[in-house]
Design a protein around this ligand. Structure first.
Ligand SMILES: [Zn+2]
Length: 160
C-alpha cells in the first residue's frame, strides 16, 4: 500500500508499506513522531560527515558543492579502508608513527636499505617485503588525508 506520511521534520513523503495493518499503522505512527524524510536524513548525514572531517583535521575540499558533498563521504570511506589495510598488515599505531617519521627523515629507498642491513637471508626478505607494503599503505593513507580535490576522490572511489 502507498501512504502519504508527514514526518516529524514536517515534510511529506510517499511511502510504500507491506505487512499487517497494525504493523503498518505502527510504522506510520513512528515516522510521524520520530522519523525524518529522506532529504532531511541525508542532510543530517552530510552534517555528520562534515563534522567528522573537521574533527579529523582533514583539508577543506575543492570542487562544486555537489562534488564536495559526495567526496566528503567518499573520503571518510577511503580513509577508513586504508586504515584497515594498515591494521591488516599487523602495523600498530606506534609502528606506524615510527615508520612515518623515518620515511619523512630519510625517504623510502634509504629506509629499505636500512631495514635490509639489519637482517640476513629469509628474515631480510621478509622484513624488506613487510616494509615495502607498510610504506605503500601508509603513503596511501596520507594521500587520502591530504588530497584537497573533491574530483580526485570521485575518480578514485571504490565501486561496490
Ligand atoms: Zn524532512
Amino acid at each position: 500500500m502507498k501512504y502519504t506520511v508527514r514526518f516529524s521534520c514536517g515534510h511529506v513523503e510517499a511511502k510504500v508499506l507491506f505487512g499487517k495493518g497494525a504493523d503498518r499503522d505502527r510504522t506510520i505512527q513512528h515516522w510521524q513522531d520520530h522519523g525524518v524524510c529522506t532529504d532531511c536524513y541525508r542532510q543530517a548525514q552530510v552534517s555528520q560527515e562534515q563534522k567528522r572531517s573537521s574533527e579529523m583535521g582533514l583539508p577543506t575540499l575543492t570542487g562544486s558543492e555537489k562534488q564536495v558533498t559526495w567526496a566528503t563521504k567518499l573520503r571518510l570511506e577511503m580513509i577508513s579502508e586504508r586504515q584497515q589495510d594498515i591494521l591488516a598488515l599487523g602495523i600498530r599505531a606506534s609502528n606506524e608513527k615510527g615508520i612515518r617519521a623515518r620515511l619523512a627523515e630519510i625517504g623510502k629507498d634509504a629506509l629499505l636499505t636500512e631495514v635490509a642491513a639489519k637482517f640476513e637471508g629469509d628474515k631480510r626478505d621478509h622484513a624488506v617485503d613487510f616494509y615495502c607494503k607498510a610504506i605503500v599503505a601508509i603513503t596511501k593513507l596520507d594521500e587520502a588525508k591530504t588530497q584537497p580535490s573533491a574530483k580526485w576522490f570521485i575518480e578514485n572511489r571504490q565501486e561496490r
